[in-house]
Design a protein around this ligand. Structure first.
Ligand code: S3P
Length: 184
């Protein structure tokens, strides 16, 4: 597959960090399509991610997640991509994201996310755990991976999505990211 120049913008971060909410706002402002990687996955398999995990396990999920990510990144017109929180676990995903998109890490605090995550029945990795503790554990493993995949880190919380979006729009417009992404 021949891949185009890095024209996309991708959001990475913990589950519940606001990637989807923020992604929708940014895509609307930038007038480019919004692609939710989790929704793309569910459409592809015709079932929920939770059901897919239960039937096939996490490894099968990660395999297909990587395949679909590459398909999304290989589109030749710009899009705003909200990724699944665990996408950075695989080295190939990290490389592809970094190469074919400008990556923003939404760095949110586990406690802040957990407050808004009561009774989350959709996320398989959150089931049966205290949300704040689970998110702290995930972050301990993932923080360096989020950091090394991101071109930019955006500190924020879900309650301030509109404000964060405004700041990011300025960064995106100043950087001209949709046309010429950073070289590092
Ligand atoms: C996951 C996060 C989910 C989804 C899947 C696995 C993870 O996406 O991809 O349940 O490993 O953190 P969100 O970050 O949108 O919740």
């Amino acid at each position: 597959m021949s891949l185009p120049a890095p024209i996309h913008i991708a959001l990475i971060g913990l589950p519940g960090s606001g990637k989807t909410t923020l992604g929708r706002i940014l895509a609307r402002n930038l007038k480019i399509p919004f692609v939710d990687a989790d929704a793309t996955f569910e459409q592809h398999v015709g079932t929920s991610i939770r059901a897919f995990f239960e039937q096939n396990g996490e490894n099968a999920f990660r395999e297909l997640e990587a395949e679909l990510l590459l398909k999304i990144l290989s589109r030749e017109t710009p899009s705003l991509i909200a990724t699944g929180g665990g996408v950075i676990l695989r080295a190939d995903n990290r490389q592809n994201l970094k190469k074919y998109s400008t990556v923003f890490y939404l760095k949110a605090q586990p406690e802040d996310i957990a407050q808004r995550m009561h009774n989350d029945s959709a996320r398989p990795l959150m089931q049966g755990f205290d949300p704040a503790q689970r998110l702290r554990d995930l972050l301990q493993i993932r923080a360096p991976l989020y950091e090394q995949t991101a071109h930019y880190t955006v500190a924020g919380s879900r309650k301030a999505s509109a404000q964060i979006a405004r700041k990011m729009m300025m960064q995106i417009e100043l950087g001209g990211f949709l046309k010429s992404p950073p070289s590092h």
